[in-house]
Design a protein around this ligand. Structure first.
Ligand code: S5P
Length: 263
């Protein structure tokens, strides 16, 4: 099945860009492999923050279910900003149910995620039916949609630390590679550049938090953990100057990415 693509008008000619290609173009054009994890509970604040750091990031990740002021109007504003500053919106929903249920969770309820999130995160615990359900639901929307499979987690003692499980996730990605554009991972899982490896647990000053999070530096994430994209939350959010810190992570991250991946 062919997924819908984003139609962009350029000099009166309409071209279609699949989401994987769009992501790679954004990274190159903006010289950024930084995804800001905007784990704030107020969408108005996220909207303001996204304007402040919009030019430094290739993706903004949110958890819509922690927002106290979610509305479809406000999320549309965030979507407009993402188009203006040219970054993708990732809803870190971590879907983990049977195909039929995730289809409903993706399209219905308060959040109607499929209408605004370019990408979503997905656990493959239920088997490949979860990806089938989401991919089917995405076809109701006339814009490109994709997902990142959670292959490995950054938290201490994660049960994803199991070779057979990770192999299964990679097989699933290969089978549904129109819709699956990459992984949430802690190591390089494939030799091809087809799948983007997105790595959380990145901080320059801390090694962890009180609840099992484990951090490495941007360079370590790319060199030792095989990251293409760095997912950075509190290192930026808790800093005194968020804009300046985001710029630092962008610069350090992209420099290491160019050197190590030789792009
Ligand atoms: O393995 C994971 C997967 C994810 S998506 N470990 C993670 O930390 N995350 C998410 O990345 C987590 O839900 C949070 O939103 C972000 C990391 O935030 P930080 O403040 O620790 O950088």
């Amino acid at each position: 099945t062919q997924l819908p693509t984003l139609n962009i008008e350029i000099e009166n000619k309409t071209i279609s860009i699949p989401i994987r290609q769009r992501f790679q173009t954004i990274m190159k054009e903006k010289r950024s492999n930084l995804c800001l994890s905007a784990d704030l509970t107020n969408l108005d604040e996220i909207i303001e923050l996204s304007k402040l750091v919009g030019s430094n990031i290739c993706m903004l990740k949110i958890h819509s279910d922690i927002l106290t002021d979610f509305s479809l109007d406000k999320i549309q504003q965030l979507k407009d900003i993402s188009r203006k500053f040219n970054f993708l919106l990732l809803e870190d929903r971590k879907f983990a149910d049977i195909g039929n249920t995730v289809k409903l969770q993706y399209t219905k309820g308060l959040f109607r995620i499929v209408e605004w999130a370019d990408l979503v995160t997905v656990h493959v615990l239920p088997g490949e039916c979860i990806v089938q359900g989401l991919e089917q639901a995405a076809q109701s929307i006339n814009e490109p949609r994709g997902c990142l499979l959670i292959a490995q987690m950054s938290s201490k003692g994660a049960f994803t630390d199991n070779d057979d499980y990770v192999k299964g996730v990679v097989e699933c990605a290969k089978k549904y590679s129109d819709f699956v554009i990459g992984f949430i991972s802690q190591s390089r899982l494939t030799t091809t550049d087809k799948f983007l490896h997105c790595t959380p647990g990145v901080h320059l000053n801390n090694t962890g938090d009180q609840l099992g999070q484990q951090y490495v530096t941007p360079r370590q994430a790319i060199d030792e953990r095989g990251a293409d994209i760095l997912i950075v939350g509190r290192a930026i959010l808790d800093s005194i100057n968020r804009a300046k810190t985001a710029e630092e992570y962008q610069q350090q991250g992209y420099q290491a990415y160019e050197e190590i991946r030789k792009i």
